[in-house]
Write a protein that binds this ligand. Structure first.
Ligand code: PMV
Length: 325
Protein backbone atom coordinates (compact mmCIF):
# COMPACT_ATOMS: atom_id res chain seq x y z
CA UNK A 1 0.00 0.00 0.00
CA UNK A 2 0.94 3.65 -0.32
CA UNK A 3 2.59 4.69 2.96
CA UNK A 4 3.16 8.32 2.00
CA UNK A 5 1.70 11.22 3.84
CA UNK A 6 -1.27 12.67 1.98
CA UNK A 7 -2.54 16.18 2.71
CA UNK A 8 -6.01 17.35 1.72
CA UNK A 9 -7.75 20.68 2.09
CA UNK A 10 -11.45 21.45 2.39
CA UNK A 11 -13.65 24.48 3.07
CA UNK A 12 -16.51 24.70 5.54
CA UNK A 13 -19.95 25.41 4.09
CA UNK A 14 -23.00 27.45 5.04
CA UNK A 15 -26.39 25.77 4.64
CA UNK A 16 -29.18 27.72 2.92
CA UNK A 17 -31.71 24.91 3.38
CA UNK A 18 -30.73 23.30 6.66
CA UNK A 19 -30.09 19.75 7.76
CA UNK A 20 -31.53 19.17 11.25
CA UNK A 21 -32.41 15.67 12.48
CA UNK A 22 -31.57 12.24 11.09
CA UNK A 23 -33.72 9.33 10.00
CA UNK A 24 -30.74 7.17 11.07
CA UNK A 25 -28.39 8.73 13.64
CA UNK A 26 -25.57 6.15 13.33
CA UNK A 27 -25.38 6.34 9.54
CA UNK A 28 -26.17 10.08 9.58
CA UNK A 29 -28.97 9.71 7.04
CA UNK A 30 -30.74 13.09 7.19
CA UNK A 31 -34.47 13.63 7.70
CA UNK A 32 -34.42 16.04 4.72
CA UNK A 33 -32.21 17.19 1.86
CA UNK A 34 -30.15 20.39 2.19
CA UNK A 35 -28.40 23.03 0.06
CA UNK A 36 -25.23 24.98 0.87
CA UNK A 37 -22.29 26.89 -0.53
CA UNK A 38 -18.64 26.29 0.32
CA UNK A 39 -16.81 29.17 2.01
CA UNK A 40 -13.76 30.34 0.11
CA UNK A 41 -10.54 31.26 1.91
CA UNK A 42 -11.43 29.30 5.04
CA UNK A 43 -10.12 25.77 5.23
CA UNK A 44 -9.04 22.73 7.18
CA UNK A 45 -5.82 21.08 6.01
CA UNK A 46 -5.36 17.48 7.12
CA UNK A 47 -2.42 15.08 6.68
CA UNK A 48 -2.76 11.35 7.14
CA UNK A 49 0.08 8.80 7.34
CA UNK A 50 -0.62 5.10 7.87
CA UNK A 51 2.26 3.73 9.93
CA UNK A 52 2.89 0.01 10.42
CA UNK A 53 4.81 0.61 13.66
CA UNK A 54 2.18 2.81 15.35
CA UNK A 55 0.14 1.07 18.07
CA UNK A 56 -2.84 3.43 18.01
CA UNK A 57 -4.27 6.21 15.86
CA UNK A 58 -3.07 9.66 16.90
CA UNK A 59 -4.52 13.10 16.27
CA UNK A 60 -3.04 16.60 16.41
CA UNK A 61 -5.38 19.56 15.86
CA UNK A 62 -3.62 22.91 15.49
CA UNK A 63 -0.51 21.21 16.97
CA UNK A 64 -2.32 20.05 20.14
CA UNK A 65 -2.72 16.31 20.81
CA UNK A 66 -6.38 15.25 20.95
CA UNK A 67 -7.60 12.09 22.72
CA UNK A 68 -11.03 10.98 24.01
CA UNK A 69 -14.21 11.55 21.97
CA UNK A 70 -12.42 13.72 19.34
CA UNK A 71 -9.97 10.93 18.52
CA UNK A 72 -12.72 8.25 18.66
CA UNK A 73 -14.70 10.12 16.00
CA UNK A 74 -11.62 10.31 13.74
CA UNK A 75 -10.77 6.62 14.33
CA UNK A 76 -14.32 5.72 13.31
CA UNK A 77 -13.66 7.20 9.83
CA UNK A 78 -10.17 5.61 9.72
CA UNK A 79 -11.79 2.22 10.53
CA UNK A 80 -14.17 2.63 7.57
CA UNK A 81 -11.17 3.45 5.34
CA UNK A 82 -9.13 0.47 6.66
CA UNK A 83 -12.08 -1.82 6.01
CA UNK A 84 -12.47 -0.57 2.41
CA UNK A 85 -8.71 -0.72 1.70
CA UNK A 86 -8.23 -4.01 3.59
CA UNK A 87 -5.34 -2.66 5.67
CA UNK A 88 -4.60 -2.71 9.41
CA UNK A 89 -2.07 0.06 9.98
CA UNK A 90 -2.85 2.77 12.52
CA UNK A 91 -2.68 6.37 11.31
CA UNK A 92 -1.12 9.66 12.32
CA UNK A 93 -3.54 12.50 11.61
CA UNK A 94 -2.53 16.17 11.72
CA UNK A 95 -5.13 18.83 11.13
CA UNK A 96 -5.08 22.61 11.02
CA UNK A 97 -7.80 25.22 10.54
CA UNK A 98 -6.96 28.67 9.15
CA UNK A 99 -10.05 30.13 10.82
CA UNK A 100 -10.31 30.72 14.57
CA UNK A 101 -12.18 28.23 16.76
CA UNK A 102 -15.42 29.72 18.04
CA UNK A 103 -15.64 32.03 15.04
CA UNK A 104 -19.12 30.80 14.27
CA UNK A 105 -18.06 28.43 11.55
CA UNK A 106 -18.54 24.74 12.18
CA UNK A 107 -15.14 23.15 11.62
CA UNK A 108 -16.60 19.63 11.56
CA UNK A 109 -17.74 19.97 7.91
CA UNK A 110 -14.30 20.92 6.56
CA UNK A 111 -12.55 18.62 9.06
CA UNK A 112 -14.36 15.42 8.04
CA UNK A 113 -14.29 16.28 4.33
CA UNK A 114 -10.50 16.79 4.47
CA UNK A 115 -10.10 13.63 6.57
CA UNK A 116 -12.19 11.49 4.17
CA UNK A 117 -10.10 12.63 1.21
CA UNK A 118 -6.63 12.43 2.83
CA UNK A 119 -7.24 9.12 4.67
CA UNK A 120 -8.74 7.32 1.67
CA UNK A 121 -5.88 8.46 -0.62
CA UNK A 122 -3.23 7.60 1.98
CA UNK A 123 -4.76 4.10 2.18
CA UNK A 124 -4.35 3.74 -1.59
CA UNK A 125 -8.04 4.13 -2.44
CA UNK A 126 -9.32 6.23 -5.34
CA UNK A 127 -12.86 7.04 -4.27
CA UNK A 128 -15.31 8.84 -6.57
CA UNK A 129 -16.83 12.16 -5.46
CA UNK A 130 -20.10 10.51 -4.31
CA UNK A 131 -18.12 7.86 -2.38
CA UNK A 132 -16.03 10.57 -0.67
CA UNK A 133 -19.19 12.49 0.18
CA UNK A 134 -20.70 9.36 1.76
CA UNK A 135 -17.52 8.75 3.78
CA UNK A 136 -17.33 12.37 4.99
CA UNK A 137 -21.04 12.18 5.91
CA UNK A 138 -20.31 9.36 8.39
CA UNK A 139 -18.14 11.80 10.40
CA UNK A 140 -20.45 14.81 10.21
CA UNK A 141 -23.54 15.17 8.03
CA UNK A 142 -22.69 18.62 6.73
CA UNK A 143 -19.19 17.35 5.75
CA UNK A 144 -20.83 15.51 2.85
CA UNK A 145 -21.48 18.96 1.33
CA UNK A 146 -17.84 20.11 1.66
CA UNK A 147 -16.62 17.51 -0.87
CA UNK A 148 -18.13 18.93 -4.14
CA UNK A 149 -17.42 22.45 -5.46
CA UNK A 150 -19.43 25.66 -5.24
CA UNK A 151 -23.18 25.42 -4.65
CA UNK A 152 -24.06 21.98 -3.36
CA UNK A 153 -27.13 19.87 -2.69
CA UNK A 154 -27.10 16.87 -0.34
CA UNK A 155 -29.84 14.48 -1.42
CA UNK A 156 -31.61 12.36 1.20
CA UNK A 157 -31.19 9.25 -0.94
CA UNK A 158 -32.97 6.03 -0.20
CA UNK A 159 -30.06 4.19 1.38
CA UNK A 160 -26.54 4.59 2.76
CA UNK A 161 -24.86 4.62 -0.68
CA UNK A 162 -27.03 7.15 -2.52
CA UNK A 163 -27.12 9.61 0.36
CA UNK A 164 -24.43 12.02 -0.90
CA UNK A 165 -23.94 15.61 -2.02
CA UNK A 166 -23.28 16.95 -5.51
CA UNK A 167 -22.60 20.33 -7.09
CA UNK A 168 -25.67 22.13 -8.49
CA UNK A 169 -23.66 25.14 -9.75
CA UNK A 170 -19.90 25.82 -10.02
CA UNK A 171 -17.90 28.34 -7.97
CA UNK A 172 -18.08 31.07 -10.64
CA UNK A 173 -21.84 30.68 -11.22
CA UNK A 174 -22.87 33.50 -8.85
CA UNK A 175 -20.77 36.00 -6.93
CA UNK A 176 -22.40 35.52 -3.52
CA UNK A 177 -20.55 36.54 -0.36
CA UNK A 178 -21.13 35.42 3.23
CA UNK A 179 -20.39 38.14 5.82
CA UNK A 180 -20.27 36.27 9.12
CA UNK A 181 -21.12 38.47 12.10
CA UNK A 182 -19.49 36.94 15.16
CA UNK A 183 -21.42 37.81 18.32
CA UNK A 184 -20.42 36.83 21.82
CA UNK A 185 -21.70 33.38 22.68
CA UNK A 186 -22.28 33.48 26.43
CA UNK A 187 -23.27 29.82 26.75
CA UNK A 188 -21.53 26.71 25.55
CA UNK A 189 -23.69 25.44 22.73
CA UNK A 190 -25.13 21.97 22.44
CA UNK A 191 -23.18 20.16 19.73
CA UNK A 192 -25.02 19.29 16.54
CA UNK A 193 -24.75 15.48 16.99
CA UNK A 194 -26.71 15.84 20.24
CA UNK A 195 -29.01 18.42 18.64
CA UNK A 196 -29.97 16.18 15.69
CA UNK A 197 -31.04 13.50 18.17
CA UNK A 198 -33.43 16.00 19.84
CA UNK A 199 -35.06 17.27 16.62
CA UNK A 200 -37.80 14.61 16.72
CA UNK A 201 -38.92 15.75 20.20
CA UNK A 202 -40.26 19.01 18.70
CA UNK A 203 -43.86 18.79 17.46
CA UNK A 204 -42.75 21.13 14.65
CA UNK A 205 -40.10 18.81 13.17
CA UNK A 206 -42.56 16.74 11.09
CA UNK A 207 -43.97 19.88 9.50
CA UNK A 208 -40.43 21.16 8.82
CA UNK A 209 -39.42 17.88 7.14
CA UNK A 210 -42.66 17.50 5.13
CA UNK A 211 -42.30 21.00 3.73
CA UNK A 212 -38.58 20.60 2.89
CA UNK A 213 -39.02 19.61 -0.81
CA UNK A 214 -40.87 22.91 -1.41
CA UNK A 215 -38.12 24.98 0.22
CA UNK A 216 -35.38 23.02 -1.58
CA UNK A 217 -37.00 23.70 -4.93
CA UNK A 218 -37.40 27.43 -4.27
CA UNK A 219 -33.79 27.73 -3.08
CA UNK A 220 -32.35 25.63 -5.94
CA UNK A 221 -34.25 27.73 -8.51
CA UNK A 222 -33.25 31.01 -6.86
CA UNK A 223 -29.58 29.96 -7.06
CA UNK A 224 -29.82 28.70 -10.65
CA UNK A 225 -31.63 31.87 -11.78
CA UNK A 226 -29.51 34.14 -9.54
CA UNK A 227 -32.70 35.61 -8.10
CA UNK A 228 -31.41 37.30 -4.95
CA UNK A 229 -34.82 38.44 -3.70
CA UNK A 230 -36.25 34.90 -3.75
CA UNK A 231 -32.97 33.58 -2.34
CA UNK A 232 -32.94 35.96 0.66
CA UNK A 233 -36.58 35.21 1.46
CA UNK A 234 -36.15 31.42 1.41
CA UNK A 235 -32.90 31.26 3.42
CA UNK A 236 -34.36 33.42 6.21
CA UNK A 237 -37.57 31.38 6.21
CA UNK A 238 -35.67 28.07 6.36
CA UNK A 239 -33.31 29.25 9.12
CA UNK A 240 -36.26 30.54 11.19
CA UNK A 241 -38.06 27.21 10.76
CA UNK A 242 -35.01 25.21 11.92
CA UNK A 243 -34.58 27.45 14.97
CA UNK A 244 -38.30 27.07 15.75
CA UNK A 245 -37.71 23.30 15.92
CA UNK A 246 -34.62 23.80 18.09
CA UNK A 247 -36.44 26.12 20.51
CA UNK A 248 -39.38 23.73 20.86
CA UNK A 249 -37.42 20.48 21.30
CA UNK A 250 -37.14 18.77 24.68
CA UNK A 251 -34.89 19.99 26.22
CA UNK A 252 -35.19 23.22 24.21
CA UNK A 253 -32.17 24.62 22.38
CA UNK A 254 -31.90 28.41 22.22
CA UNK A 255 -28.86 29.34 20.13
CA UNK A 256 -29.76 32.99 19.56
CA UNK A 257 -28.37 35.82 21.67
CA UNK A 258 -29.91 39.29 21.91
CA UNK A 259 -27.36 40.53 19.33
CA UNK A 260 -28.42 37.72 16.94
CA UNK A 261 -32.01 38.98 16.87
CA UNK A 262 -30.79 42.58 16.65
CA UNK A 263 -28.98 41.70 13.42
CA UNK A 264 -32.14 40.05 11.96
CA UNK A 265 -34.01 43.36 12.38
CA UNK A 266 -31.16 45.34 10.84
CA UNK A 267 -30.82 42.99 7.86
CA UNK A 268 -34.54 43.25 7.12
CA UNK A 269 -34.45 47.04 7.43
CA UNK A 270 -31.41 47.24 5.11
CA UNK A 271 -33.23 45.09 2.56
CA UNK A 272 -36.35 47.25 2.78
CA UNK A 273 -34.02 50.22 2.18
CA UNK A 274 -32.70 48.69 -1.06
CA UNK A 275 -29.56 46.78 0.04
CA UNK A 276 -29.88 43.14 -1.10
CA UNK A 277 -29.04 41.03 2.00
CA UNK A 278 -30.42 37.95 3.74
CA UNK A 279 -29.50 36.13 6.95
CA UNK A 280 -29.11 32.52 8.06
CA UNK A 281 -27.92 31.03 11.36
CA UNK A 282 -26.49 27.57 12.14
CA UNK A 283 -26.31 25.90 15.57
CA UNK A 284 -24.82 28.99 17.22
CA UNK A 285 -25.40 32.70 17.82
CA UNK A 286 -23.45 34.11 14.87
CA UNK A 287 -25.30 35.48 11.88
CA UNK A 288 -24.31 34.67 8.29
CA UNK A 289 -25.37 37.64 6.16
CA UNK A 290 -25.44 36.78 2.45
CA UNK A 291 -25.08 39.46 -0.20
CA UNK A 292 -23.84 40.00 -3.74
CA UNK A 293 -20.08 40.45 -4.09
CA UNK A 294 -20.28 44.14 -5.02
CA UNK A 295 -22.12 44.91 -1.75
CA UNK A 296 -19.82 42.92 0.57
CA UNK A 297 -17.69 45.91 1.73
CA UNK A 298 -20.81 47.91 2.59
CA UNK A 299 -22.43 44.98 4.43
CA UNK A 300 -19.23 44.26 6.38
CA UNK A 301 -18.95 47.93 7.39
CA UNK A 302 -22.57 48.09 8.55
CA UNK A 303 -22.26 44.83 10.51
CA UNK A 304 -19.11 46.06 12.31
CA UNK A 305 -21.04 49.08 13.58
CA UNK A 306 -23.76 46.99 15.25
CA UNK A 307 -23.81 46.42 19.02
CA UNK A 308 -22.60 42.97 20.07
CA UNK A 309 -20.73 42.26 16.81
CA UNK A 310 -17.17 41.28 17.79
CA UNK A 311 -15.82 40.43 14.37
CA UNK A 312 -16.89 39.95 10.75
CA UNK A 313 -15.41 37.25 8.49
CA UNK A 314 -15.99 37.54 4.76
CA UNK A 315 -16.05 34.53 2.40
CA UNK A 316 -17.00 34.07 -1.23
CA UNK A 317 -17.97 30.80 -2.94
CA UNK A 318 -15.48 28.01 -2.22
CA UNK A 319 -14.08 25.13 -4.22
CA UNK A 320 -14.20 21.35 -3.82
CA UNK A 321 -12.09 19.40 -1.34
CA UNK A 322 -8.68 18.74 -2.92
CA UNK A 323 -5.34 17.04 -2.41
CA UNK A 324 -2.60 19.60 -1.76
CA UNK A 325 0.42 17.27 -1.44
O1 PMV B 1 -23.03 18.27 10.26
P1 PMV B 1 -23.50 18.62 11.62
O2 PMV B 1 -23.88 17.40 12.43
O3 PMV B 1 -22.53 19.49 12.35
O4 PMV B 1 -24.87 19.44 11.50
C1 PMV B 1 -24.97 20.71 10.90
C2 PMV B 1 -26.25 21.36 11.31
C3 PMV B 1 -26.46 22.79 10.85
O5 PMV B 1 -25.22 23.45 10.69
C4 PMV B 1 -27.25 23.53 11.92
C5 PMV B 1 -27.26 22.87 9.55
C6 PMV B 1 -26.55 22.47 8.29
O6 PMV B 1 -27.24 21.97 7.38
O7 PMV B 1 -25.31 22.68 8.17
Amino acid sequence: MNTHTITAQSSPNIAFIKYWGNRDNTMRLPANGSISMNLDGLFTRTSVTFNASAQTDSLLINNKPVTGPGLTRVSYILDLVREMAKINERAEVKSENNFPAGAGIASSASAFAALALSASKAAGLNLSEPELSVLARRGSGSASRSIPAGFVEWQMGSNEKDCFAFSIAPVDHWNLVDCIAVVSAAHKKTGSTEGHALAGTSPLQNARVEDAPRRLEICRNAILKKDFEAFAAIIEHDSDIMHSVMMTSNPPLMYWQAATVGIFHEVRAWRAGGLPVGYTVDAGANVHVLCLGEKAKEVEKRLRELPGVENVLVAGVGDAAKIVS
